[in-house]
Design a protein around this ligand. Structure first.
Ligand code: ADP
Ligand code: MG
Length: 756
């Protein structure tokens, strides 16, 4: 870092401004502030009059606040702030409605709603003028904006700047991520001061000169100026292109370096044997592997036999048979004298894997108790379950078996990561349903092996190429893209109660038909009890659909169980609740009852989302389905239609047709192609959810890069990064890039060092 930039921020922008910036934005360095980019730019030339608002389009408008009111939502925690604005300065609106009891029928006025809009509530006071920017939606026939970006204009820094009006109209207005106390225009003023007072010529540039020349990039200093104080839209676009590429390059270089480091590690080769457990398993397998399973199996077998660690991501559609592929890899390692650990995201799933793997192995599994019987009959492996909620004695025994090597396959939750768990010779780690485990957890497990173990990460949500490159960029990828033969298709129907309230009764009648035919039913609810926030799985986006007129109570496991017990069409049907707050023994017992077909109908939360495998289940009813994300819904419905019986999934919603949150449901009902859905999902979700701290390999989230939109940028940066790291593994010839990677991976540490 140059001397210029080591100077404290306060020397550049003044003590008071520096204190405000630190307090509200947590930024303490010159570079930190320069890298605080505008979130978007608004232009006055593109203003839309309220009278001409187009539905479903992004608009920018300047309007004055006529009134504002905030109320508590009834069914959910949170508030709704409704702001009525007018862009004819309220002349008509004020006269007609007195600014208070707005009916939505006054021309030239618009209702803008904010969900938990504390900033809106505090800033958008009657009489204030602001620039709003967002997408026009319709609710109950009225046009409106929901949670738009806005910027107060009362103290518009440009309003009296003396610039000529023509130029002013064309000048983009940068909009910074702001807080109530620190509005966007103030941030802009401070950054403009910083740019004036600093010599940016000495700023480090992580982009190597030859790449910058090829891409025609602006020099760093110019790019900073144009991204913060653009005179034309072309200015900020050029600047943004540069920083976006830079971001991609830093990220890809970090990943390339990690790949290189992993590849340079030495692992124990686990070569296949001819007469081991794997051979016996393959011989007894009741089905033929799909072509995909066979070819991925070959790849894994070859990589496990190498003395460099395998680091592979296996993605495959729900039901594509990833478990068998993983199990065969585990058996190869066991045959070669090592142990394999299978890490599952939940206790229910770990227990399921434990049961189903032992069942699948049959006599090849030497159960702790029956071990004596299997002995002498050929090779066998002990499969051990290790979870946090196990009784102490059983857990101690499991830990002992893992440490002594008695257990060949150890299945568990994150309890496997705890310090007091050790392994005799851990050769392979399989991480199931990756979206709940991050790089750090993978590393914690890897550290438990004497030599770096082989790693197989499985994910059931198919991942678009660029996301794989970014989120799992340190792993090689394999894909299972076909389902086993004879798999019956799942039919998904959207059941809109707003249009057809009578359908509720038909749903339960339908459930009864399935049960009478000998099959089983899942009913999934978004909440456990009547007064909680639900049981959303961590790592999933809490659904963001916002109903401005929220009054209904969401379906909860307890209420639905109560209701179904009195439901005439289900009289006499054994049913049970299942959710995350139950005692682990009860959960296990309930799952066992459902697996054994004693329980016919299971009312649960998303605890059954991943991996649960009951072949006889044919119907899934998802209540208030609009409360779940796309990938969650796709995962959920993958629980039915698994045993050659056709599956049906009913997505039940009380939202009106056309409500934005129904888009997710339409998407899920329209296709069972996981790749299509994950694209759709990413479009509807915020980027931060995908590149969450736990998965990106670094703690900062991306600022300008969007993994779906910028596929070509990511691909080019990946090639560049691979070439740079290939020729200079330690990056000693690229100190500025190396510095940027450190900062990306350890932003807190960096900030600490700069401050100290
Ligand atoms: P997922 O990829 O969703 O984890 P699983 O591994 O749970 O899928 O497999 C789903 C079901 O399909 C399991 O019951 C498994 O035994 C079965 N299965 C796996 N491979 C095949 C195959 N080649 N032929 C038939 N059934 C298979
Ligand atoms: Mg699975």
């Amino acid at each position: 870092m140059s001397a210029e930039l080591e100077l404290a921020l306060e020397r550049r922008i003044g003590k008071r401004s520096a204190a405000v910036i630190e307090k509200h934005l947590g930024i303490t360095t010159v570079e930190g502030l320069l890298n605080y980019y505008p979130r978007r730019y608004m232009s006055r030339g593109e203003l839309t009059p309220i009278a001409e608002l187009p539905l479903d389009e992004d608009v920018t408008l300047i309007a004055r606040v006529l009134s504002s009111s905030t109320r508590q939502m009834q069914a959910r925690r949170g508030t709704i702030t409704d702001v009525i604005v007018s862009d004819d300065d309220g002349k008509q609106g004020l006269r007609l409605v007195g600014g208070r009891d707005y009916t939505g029928k006054v021309p030239g006025t618009l209702k803008i709603s904010f969900f938990n809009g504390f900033k809106a509530k505090n800033e958008l006071l009657q009489g204030r003028r602001a620039l709003f920017s967002g997408r026009v939606t319709s609710f109950k026939g009225k046009l409106g904006l929901t949670n738009p970006d806005f910027q107060l204009l009362d103290e518009d820094p440009f309003s009296d700047s003396g610039k000529d009006p023509g130029k002013l109209a064309a000048m983009p207005i940068p909009v910074y991520p702001a807080t109530a106390k620190l509005p966007s225009w103030k941030i802009q003023k401070v950054i403009a001061t910083l740019l004036e007072t600093s010599d940016l010529g000495s700023l480090p540039d992580p982009v190597p000169p030859e790449v910058a020349a090829r891409e025609g990039f602006l020099p760093v200093a110019d790019a900073y100026r144009l991204i913060h104080v653009p005179e034309t839209a072309g200015d900020w676009k050029r600047a943004r292109d540069r920083f976006r590429y830079q971001e991609a390059l830093v990220l890809q270089s970090a990943l390339a370096r990690r790949r290189a480091q992993l590849a340079a590690e030495e692992a124990t080769a686990r070569r296949p044997v001819n007469d081991g457990i794997l051979a016996a398993f393959d011989h007894a397998l009741p089905f033929t592997l799909t072509a995909g399973q066979a070819s991925v199996g070959k790849t894994l077998a070859a990589e496990l036999a190498q003395d460099t660690p395998m680091n592979r991501l296996l993605q495959g559609e729900v039901g594509s048979g990833k478990t068998v592929v993983a199990l065969r890899a585990m058996l190869q390692v066991v045959d070669a004298g090592g142990q394999a650990a299978l890490l599952a995201p939940t206790e229910v799933l770990a227990a399921q894997h434990f049961d189903s793997i032992r069942r699948t192995l049959g006599p090849l599994s030497s159960d702790g108790l029956l071990g004596g019987l299997a002995a002498g009959d050929g090779p066998s492996v002990q499969v051990t379950l290790l979870t946090g909620s196990m009784p102490t004695a059983a857990r101690k025994q499991a830990m002992l078996d893992a440490a002594s090597g008695t257990a060949g396959i150890i299945i568990g939750t994150h309890a496997l990561l705890s310090d007091n768990v050790s392994f005799y010779d851990l050769g392979l780690i399989v991480v199931d349903e990756q979206h709940r485990f991050g790089v750090e957890q993978r590393d914690a497990l890897r550290a438990k092996a004497r030599k770096p173990p082989h790693l197989l990460v499985m994910t059931a949500t198919p991942i678009p190429r660029t996301v794989a490159m970014t989120v799992f960029g340190d792993l090689e990828t394999s894909t299972l893209d076909e389902l086993p033969k004879g798999r019956a298709p799942i039919t998904t129907h959207l059941v809109g109660l707003a249009e057809n309230p009578g359908w509720v009764a038909r749903i339960w009648a339908r459930a009864r038909e399935e049960i009478d035919a000998g099959h089983q039913v899942y009913v999934v609810c978004p909440k456990i009890g009547t007064d909680d926030d639900g049981d959303f799985s961590p790592g999933e986006a809490a659904p963001s659909g916002m109903d401005t007129e929220e009054t209904r109570e969401l379906a909860s496991v307890t209420a639905v169980v109560d209701h179904l017990q009195g439901e005439p069409s289900l009289a006499g049907v054994p049913l049970a609740p299942l959710h995350g707050r139950q005692d682990p023994d009860l959960k296990t017992e309930t799952m066992a009852g459902f697996t054994a077909n004693r329980i016919k109908l299971l009312v649960s939360t998303t605890v059954i989302e991943v991996g649960v495998d009951v072949h006889n289940a044919t119907l899934m009813v998802i209540l208030d389905a609009d409360r779940f994300g796309i990938s969650q819904l796709h995962q959920l419905r993958g629980r039915v239609g698994r045993g050659g019986l056709p599956g049906t999934c009913l997505l039940v919603t009380a939202l009106e047709p056309g409500h934005p949150s129904r888009r997710r449901l339409d998407a899920v009902a329209a296709t069972t192609d996981g790749f299509v859905l994950s694209q759709e999902d990413l479009k509807l979700r915020r980027e931060g959810d995908i590149l969450g701290a736990s998965q990106s390999g670094g703690r900062s989230t991306l600022k300008l890069l969007r993994v779906l939109e910028h596929e070509d940028v990511i691909a080019r940066a990946r090639d560049d990064a691979q070439a740079i790291v290939g020729g200079d593994p330690l990056l000693s010839g690229h100190p500025e890039l190396a510095g940027a990677i450190e900062k990306y991976l350890n932003p807190e540490k960096e900030a600490f060092l700069e401050r100290g």
